[in-house]
Ligand binder design. Structure first.
Ligand code: S5P
Length: 250
């Protein structure tokens, strides 16, 4: 169905995927559409951040391959915090290869993502069948990037959305625009005080992504983990995001 002018509230979204349903359940219960991106490089920083922001997020987005001292002890501890504070573990691996290689990257190697992640990101660039290897997780397809000069133009986005809509593993997409109601929309590139960085990142406000793009979940990295008080910043983003979401329903 084509995107509508009026947005559908989270509880009205027809999401089939169990992980998508879980995200919506957490969002409504916690009054949060916030996903914190924990782009820190040590286990201790990551665990501290998870403790501080856990009550205020529906998922913690990870780049496990940037963690210097990665171990499954870290994963075990994160799982405990995630269970207690009710959020999902979202590995932002951005898979972008043929199905067979992605399956190896997903299940094997150092990180064994398949053993612990609730959600993963993947580029749909290799086509629908390549995404079938991601079993038992929710796939978020990257259909449009936030950075200046990205190659994800309108033609690519249309084709990528098509792949996403036809893949049962895909619960939603990362994009900077409104998408069909059957998909959950995740939008990174959100910051309350900055317009961008010197490496191509571009930021919008929570207000803009909820009202103009009808996003379902905003992803905030440096706005939270680089702030003086991560917990206070998480609350600030949670409140700004949830209020903008509620206002966007009218
Ligand atoms: O288009 C994108 C897609 C993603 S998943 N743009 C992004 O910035 N991201 C990720 O969101 C990026 O990898 C990083 O982990 C986070 C944004 O971090 P921030 O510090 O710029 O808020």
């Amino acid at each position: 169905a084509p995107p509508q002018m009026k947005r559908i509230p989270l509880e009205g979204k027809k999401i089939q995927h169990p992980i998508g349903k879980k995200l919506i359940e957490f969002a409504l219960k916690k009054k949060s559409n916030l996903i914190a991106s924990a782009d820190v490089i040590t286990s201790s920083e990551l665990l501290k951040l998870a403790e501080e922001v856990g009550d205020h997020v529906v998922a913690l987005k990870l780049h496990t391959d940037i963690i210097k001292d990665f171990s499954f002890d870290l994963i075990d501890k994160l799982k405990v915090i995630a269970k207690e504070k009710e959020f999902l573990l979202f590995e932002d691996r951005k898979f972008a290869d043929i199905g067979n290689t992605q399956e190896l990257q997903f299940k094997e190697g150092v990180y064994k993502i398949a053993d612990w992640a609730d959600m993963v990101t993947a580029h749909p660039i290799a086509g629908e069948e390549s995404l079938q290897v991601f079993e038992h997780v929710g796939v978020v397809a990257i259909v449009e990037m936030s950075s200046k000069g990205t190659l994800t133009d309108d033609y690519y986005i249309t084709k990528a959305l098509n792949v996403a809509e036809n893949s049962s593993n895909v619960l939603g997409v990362v994009a900077q625009r409104q998408v069909a109601d059957e998909l959950l929309l995740f939008t990174p590139g959100v910051n309350l005080s900055s317009k961008g960085d010197t490496k191509g990142q571009q930021y919008n406000t929570p207000e803009r992504v909820f009202k103009a793009y009808h996003t379902d979940f905003m992803i905030v990295g440096r706005g939270i983990y680089q702030s003086v008080n991560a917990k206070e910043s998480a609350i600030e983003y949670q409140t700004a995001g949830w209020n903008a979401y509620l206002e966007s329903l009218n």
